[in-house]
Design a protein around this ligand. Structure first.
Ligand code: NAD
Ligand code: UDP
Ligand code: UDP
Length: 320
């Protein structure tokens, strides 16, 4: 359909590991490249016995010479806590990583998909966000290493496409949640669930009125597969997300209801440059990919809660 041997950078991460599974299920061979910066061996341990699965420990900021038929470029820390831990490395991963993977794709003449982000819209002044909105991004703030790194990566993808006729695809992924989120990466869904399960206070940043739209990981992966298989003329960028918008107070209440937890809410200062509102307009994905999210928020949260319940029972739980 679209190449047999597929490279997934960041394949040991949250979204990447689900993507590897789905590609194997479709009959592809998968080369997973990851430096385990935020990913985990456990995410892909069950795939290692599969003869069609190969794992390579490698940092995409260095050149990579392999032979593949298609590339999904997901390597990049994604949560604010992780990407701000070593911001220079974050920018290097986005920019040098994109250059290397584009160079690889150019040499092999294969399709390459970039996992971009809704963060390219920054703290948006247009709502909901459509792909033709250029965004409202602080170039010098604590989130800039991620936002501007991803914006520069999009520029590189478009320029390799225009200059070298490289077939590219850009997905602007909005907040995604589900099993294999990192329990300590500070993202809101994982934080609230772990806090609720442990009976600890639910930490609301700011007044909790800020909004996000949460897409279950299965739906996100489905969109990435459809985008890779889409018409050669279609490069994107295309929004991939769930348009159901919720405030952080709404999501806290839902997590409390679904876990039956008696945790109390605790209000903390809002981090710098935290976007106030975010919701994707997904009409382009509906039209071009015949895609829209299918998993209801309650169902997705219940599956994520079940995952964290198991994780917290494990003796070596990484929830410290
Ligand atoms: P993640 O942190 O779980 O996965 C990223 C993976 O990339 C990890 O396995 C990590 O070890 C690896 N990695 C990081 N730097 C690397 C490097 N220099 N070389 C090789 N591997 C490296 O994050 P995720 O949530 O799975 O995100 C995957 C991609 O999707 C990222 O590019 C992210 O920016 C994008 N995205 C995610 C979301 C979301 O809500 N999860 C939203 C928008 C965009
Ligand atoms: N590259 C790579 N694997 C390849 C081909 C290229 O990692 O199979 C890297 C290479 O290190 C280079 C980058 O991709 O720095 C960009 O390649 P491109 O051919 O676009 O640029 P050039 O090599 O001409 O600078
Ligand atoms: N947030 C919160 N409590 C937490 C973690 C996050 O209220 O324990 C808020 C955060 O300030 C932001 C929203 O939840 O407004 C989403 O944060 P996340 O880091 O998950 O994603 P991003 O900000 O990158 O969209």
């Amino acid at each position: 359909m679209y190449g047999h041997r597929v490279l997934v950078t960041g394949g040991a991460g949250f979204i990447g590991s689900h993507l590897c599974e789905r590609l194997l299920a479709q009959g592809c061979e998968v080369l997973c490249v990851d430096n385990f910066y935020t990913g985990a061996r456990e995410h892909i341990a069950h795939l290692i016995g599969d003869p069609r699965f190969e794992l390579l420990r490698h940092d995409v900021t260095f050149p990579l010479y392999v032979e593949v038929d298609a590339i999904y470029n997901l390597a990049c820390p994604a949560s604010p806590v992780h990407y701000q831990f070593d911001p220079v490395q974050t920018t290097k991963t986005s920019v040098h990583g994109a250059i290397n993977m584009l160079g690889l794709a150019k040499r092999l003449k294969v399709k390459i998909l970039q996992a971009s982000t809704s963060e390219v819209y920054g703290d948006p002044k247009v709502h909901p966000q459509q792909e033709d909105y250029w965004g409202h991004v602080n170039p010098i703030g604590p989130r800039s290493c991620y936002d501007e790194g991803k914006r520069c990566a999009e520029t590189l993808f478009m320029d390799y496409h225009r200059q070298h006729k490289l077939p590219i695809k850009i997905a602007r992924i909005f907040n995604t949640y589900g099993p294999r989120m990192h329990p300590a990466d500070g993202r809101v869904v994982s934080n609230f669930i772990v806090q609720a399960l442990k009976g600890e206070p639910i930490t609301i940043f700011g007044d909790g009125q800020q909004t996000r739209a949460f897409c279950f990981v299965e739906d996100t992966v489905d969109a990435l597969l459809r985008l890779m298989a889409s018409s050669p003329d279609f490069t994107g960028p295309v929004n991939v997300g769930n348009p159901q918008e919720l405030s952080m107070l709404d999501i806290a209440q839902l997590v409390l209801d679904l876990t039956g937890s008696r945790s109390k809410l605790e209000f903390r200062p809002l981090p710098a440059d935290d976007p106030c509102r975010r919701r994707p307009d997904i009409s382009l994905a509906q039209r071009m990919l015949q895609w829209e999210p299918k998993v209801e928020l309650r169902d997705g949260l219940l599956r994520t809660i079940a995952y964290f319940e198991e994780l917290l029972k494990a003796p070596a739980a990484k929830c410290g």
